[in-house]
Structure formats: C-alpha cells, structure tokens
Design a protein around this ligand. Structure first.
Ligand code: CTP
Length: 401
C-alpha cells in the first residue's frame, strides 16, 4: 500500500522520538519516499544525521537555513502539498495542542496546516498528561476534523509509571496506516461520474440565466471519491472553483445541453453517477445573436423547459448506481422521496433550504439521505468535505457498486 507514496514524517520532542528511526526504516523498506521534519525540541532526542541517513533525504526543522549565505527557504506549503501522507510520531501534548489551535510557530506545524493529505497522529506522553481532559479534548477534536489518531499503548512509561500513553510501536503504526488506507480504497477500480455547479443559459452574447451554485459540494464529492481510489470524471458548470486534485478528469461545460451531452457520454461506462449540479430548469426559447437593446418598460422572456439530466440517466440506467440531489422548501421528505421514484434514482441527497450556514456558496451543509432500502438518515451540519466522505461511506455501505 505504501510503495511509491510520498510520506512526510513529523517527529516531535518526546522520548519516543528514537522509535521514529525504526518507523523510517519500515516506510523506506516498503518503497515509500520519506522526508522527515523535526520540531526544534525533537533534535534533543534524535539526530538529523540518523534520520537523514535512514530516509535518504535531508531532514528539515527550520523555515530557512540560517548558515546558508543564500538563506534557502523551506516552503511549508509546497511540502504540505507534496505529501501523499503525513505521519506525526511521536506527537507530544504540546504539538497536539498547537495543531488543535492552528499555531504555526515551527516548520512541522506550518506544514501540517498546509497539508491536504491524510494525517496520522501517534500521541506519546506520560500517563497523567495523556489522561488530562485537555489532551483528550484535543485528540477528540483533531479526530473530528479528519486526522487519524493511532491509539497510544499501555505499558511502562519513561517516568517509571505504568499505564496508557506510550507511543504505538512502529510496526503497529505501520499496520494501522496500511489498514486505514486499505479501508479507504473502497472505490478502487470504480468509475465515478459527478456533475456540479450551476448551468448558464445564454440570452444574448453577454447575458445569461443562471443560479448561485458554487459547485463546492460536487467538487468535494469528486475529491473524496478520488481519495477512495475511484477514477473520477467531474462535469463542472461555470464556477470559479475547481478540484485541487489533478488526477480528476475535469470537463468544463456551460449550458444544460452541454452538461447533458458530457454526462451521457460518460454514463454508460461508470459504476456510480452523482448528479449534484443545480441545473437550470428553463432556458430562453431564442438566443439573440446580438446584444438585446433596451426597448419598452417591460421585457418579456419566453422560456422553454430544459432536459432533466438526472431523469434522462435514470431512464438509461442499467447496472449503474444513480444518486441525485434535491432542494425542497416545503414537504421536504415527501417531495424528496417523490424525486427518488420519479427519476429512478437509488439515493437522493436532500439539501436543507439555504440559510446562514448551509447550502449555496457556504462551506458547510446539512442533508438527509433518502433511499429505498433505509429510513431517512440525517447528516448534521458539517463541512462539505466531511459531508462528501459521509455520503460516499453511506453509499459504499448500503449498495454494492
Ligand atoms: N436535475 C437535472 N436536470 C434538471 C433539473 C434537475 O439533472 N433539468 C437534477 C439535479 O441535478 C438534482 C435533481 O435533479 O440531482 C433534483 O433537482 P431539483 O432542482 O431539486 O429538482 P427539479 O427536478 O428541478 O424539480 P423542482 O425544481 O420542481 O423541485
């Protein structure tokens, strides 16, 4: 699982830092490209030379090289984006507290805040420190925002006390990471089609009918599906956003007709299609070739109905799993269920009406999942990224794709 992976190993200042040397060996032996970042305190416990020799890469601990006449700068953003995985072992109380409060006063912390990849934290501290409610709160919080916590083990501690707090052994850390990644690859080998964003319907060469969708939810779904091993095609309407992941096949479209064509072209071969786009239901009957001039006090526009992309795919559906979205302002569950049947979907993600924290343009949302198999499931308000992962987890747990 780890062969060819680019791994950042952060080492912080605790006695368990010596075990990081063995972890580097395991990762390198598995074929990973390992770069080590130390906190300043970690250098009191383990030498950069040992870790550089084992990792076959220079070890970093400063934002810049003080003795280098050119003042070489270690770009934490680049490092964070370089990594496929970020492991912090050992993770001390101090570092965990800084991570939980977005402090960035050393290279390791700044890189953590810039990283987009899965993060694994292996806490290590003395018995009472580990049990302290403040540390437990930080660990719970760090887990709730998507970090993987590798549980500390029980045993003899450096202080002479017996109990929980020892960093997991390097073999255990290695197995934990491999198992987590294996479980996350639930969409490996699967082709996933997603549409997202608004559609624009031209009125004339400079004007259009559109809506305020940002495409954030669909983009988050595309990134989450990619992280779960899927080959993802994202058909994206006009929005300034786009996925950060370069391996997602991105097809840019503008109108509903273009979105329909792109979706139909990729639907036959896909295993799962998720239609999250806010498609314009109507378009102008005529598209003016020249800019429409101001005439009388009123301007009447005649609109004609657009094709329903979800319904069209529902009619073509063979073995594909089809997921639609719905936005309802009244009788939400009832109307959402009606869409599940009428559009021949397997699942409807029912959006809550727009308010300050959820829906169009916001980073958070709250939804209900409506399927034929199960009672409606409410997913509470959370980030669109976390929501995307929960929706895909629900799909892989409920259906065979
Ligand atoms: N949808 C679509 N093509 C359309 C309209 C909607 O593919 N022309 C899809 C959306 O992407 C979504 C689902 O249908 O997955 C439901 O969209 P929604 O706007 O909630 O409902 P509508 O079908 O447009 O019906 P209404 O506006 O009457 O609620």
């Amino acid at each position: 699982m780890l062969s060819g992976k680019k791994i950042l190993l952060g080492v912080t200042g605790g006695i368990a830092a010596y075990k990081a040397t063995y972890l580097v060996r395991l990762l390198v032996k598995a074929g990973a490209d390992v770069r080590v970042i130390l906190t300043p305190a970690a250098r009191d416990f383990v030498t950069p030379l040992t870790l550089a020799t084992l990792s076959k890469n220079p070890v970093l601990w400063n934002f810049f090289e003080k003795d280098d006449p050119e003042g070489k700068w270690h770009n934490h953003v680049e490092l964070g984006l370089w990594a496929d995985l970020f492991i912090v072992a050992p993770a001390t109380s101090n570092t965990l507290a800084s991570m939980a409060t977005a402090k960035a006063d050393n290279l390791l912390l700044a890189t953590y805040l810039s990283a987009k990849c899965p993060v694994f934290l292996a806490p290590a501290m003395d018995l009472d420190m580990y049990q302290h409610p403040a540390n437990q709160k930080n660990l719970d919080y760090l887990q709730s925002i998507g970090n993987h916590i590798i549980p500390a083990e029980s045993g003899e501690l450096a202080s002479g006390l017996e109990g929980k707090g020892r960093m997991a052994e390097p073999d255990t850390i290695f197995d934990f990471i491999e198992n987590t990644l294996r479980q996350q690859q639930k969409l490996a080998g699967k082709k996933v089609l997603i549409n997202a964003g608004p559609t624009y319907e031209s009125l004339d060469p400079v004007r259009f009918l559109g809506n305020r969708s940002s495409g954030k939810t669909g983009i988050a779904l595309a990134e989450a599906a990619h992280q779960m091993g899927a080959e993802v095609t994202l058909v994206l309407g006009p929005t300034h956003l786009q996925p950060k992941e370069k391996n997602i096949k991105l097809i840019r479209v503008e109108s509903t007709a273009e979105m329909l064509n792109a979706c139909e072209a990729h639907f036959d071969n896909c295993h799962l299609a998720i239609l999250s786009a806010a498609v314009s239901d109507y378009r102008p009957e005529h598209q003016a070739q020249q800019k429409i001039k101001k005439k009388g006090e009123k301007l009447l526009l005649r609109l004609v109905q657009n094709p329903d992309i979800l319904k069209a795919l529902g009619q073509k559906k063979k073995k594909q799993l089809l997921v639609g979205f719905a936005l309802e302002t009244e009788n939400a569950l009832e109307n959402g269920k009606a869409k599940l049947h009428n559009k021949n979907c397997d699942l409807i993600v029912l959006n809550s009406p727009d308010n300050k924290e959820r829906g169009f343009g916001h980073d958070t949302n709250e939804v209900h999942l409506l399927s034929h198999q199960k009672e409606p499931l409410h997913l509470e308000l959370k980030s669109k990224t976390a929501l995307a992962h929960e929706i895909l987890d629900y799909i892989t747990a409920t259906f065979s794709i």
